[in-house]
Ligand binder design. Structure first.
Ligand SMILES: Nc1nc(=O)c2c([nH]1)NC[C@@H]1CN(c3ccc(C(=O)N[C@@H](CCC(=O)O)C(=O)O)cc3)C=[N+]21
Length: 287
């Protein structure tokens, strides 16, 4: 049976360190400010926003949620982002994805000041990640949270075969870059991949972010693989489940993350610590 990697417990551990950093900023009269912009209502975004708000309140960062109607124009959304770029009390800006179809995601992430980019989705920050020049650079919170899980459980990535299933901007692509930077041999699979199961069965490290409930079965996994489940899906009874069939795969993997209480809480912890980092970097620059 696999060791279950407890994202919730690890998140609480990291939050303790972040709380000390928040206190240190408070001593200088700085409260980290995060604005979350939510356009319309996507169900996964709603869970995220609710849990984020809860944690931000507890940790005394100033978190603002800006709800906008899904009829807003791209130009008006970009104008709102620019007001936060210029607002010195805001250190981090996050625009929830996906956006409605009439709004271009690239134009929106490109409008966020790179030094206030809570998600690390600005092209400049993605470029730095790919080049592996990540000092004082925000990085996508879900993949970065997964790297913290590997680190906490002493999972060695060097020379390992890693397969990332999913090529999204928010998980798959930045995850692949982080794994390459950690010296893993990385394959990115997606909906056009042939013989997916054959590929996933070779993975020492398997990261799944496809958005299909219980998609990965025992037969798709190598014995003693490390399995990371990024899914936030509903099963037939409406229960929150991952992309991995946990009951099956738990028997074969060496390590596995559950859903809930795996990757999700680590995404939020990373967002909070990254917001604090953006506030710290800005205060260093401004004296
Ligand atoms: N710009 C942007 N950045 C994102 O990082 C982003 C996004 N847009 N859009 C939506 C997705 C989804 N996402 C979640 C993060 C944590 C939980 C989370 O807290 N999960 C708990 C759920 C527990 C419960 O049911 O409350 C858990 O897994 O234990 C959920 C979903 C971030 N996303």
């Amino acid at each position: 049976m696999a060791t279950i990697m407890d994202g919730k417990a690890l998140a609480a551990e990291i939050d303790k360190t972040t709380t000390v950093r928040i206190q240190r900023l408070a001593d200088q009269g700085i409260v980290p400010g995060l604005v979350v912009i939510l356009v319309g209502d996507d169900p996964a975004s709603k869970i995220y926003v609710r849990n984020k708000e809860r944690r931000a309140k507890k940790m005394k960062i100033n978190s603002i949620v800006r709800n906008l109607p899904d009829t807003i124009s791209e130009a008006d959304l970009i104008k709102i982002i620019q007001t936060y770029n210029e607002n010195p009390t805001i250190h981090a800006i996050l625009v929830q994805l996906p956006l409605p179809a009439h709004i271009n995601e690239f134009n929106v992430t490109n409008a966020i000041a790179p030094e206030k980019d809570a998600d690390g989705f600005h092209p400049t920050n993605i470029g730095k990640l790919v080049i592996n020049h990540t000092e004082k650079t925000p990085i996508a919170c879900t993949p970065q949270g997964i790297m913290s899980i590997f680190n906490a459980y002493h999972i060695d990535l060097d020379g390992k075969k890693a397969v990332v299933v999913g090529r999204s901007t928010i998980v798959g692509k930045p995850m692949a870059a982080l794994l390459v930077n950690a010296n893993a041999t990385v394959t990115v699979a997606h909906s056009h991949t042939h013989n997916l199961s054959q590929l996933t069965r070779e993975a020492d490290i398997l990261v799944v972010a496809v958005g299909i409930a219980k998609y990965i079965k025992e037969a798709d996994v190598k014995s003693d693989a490390v399995v990371i489940d990024v899914g936030m899906d509903r099963d037939v009874n409406g229960k929150l489940v991952g992309d991995v069939d946990f009951a099956e795969v738990e028997r074969k993997a060496s390590y596995i993350t559950p859903v809930p209480k795996g990757v999700g809480p680590m995404t939020i912890t990373t967002l909070i610590s990254q917001t604090v980092a953006l506030a710290e970097w800005s205060s260093e620059k401004n004296g």
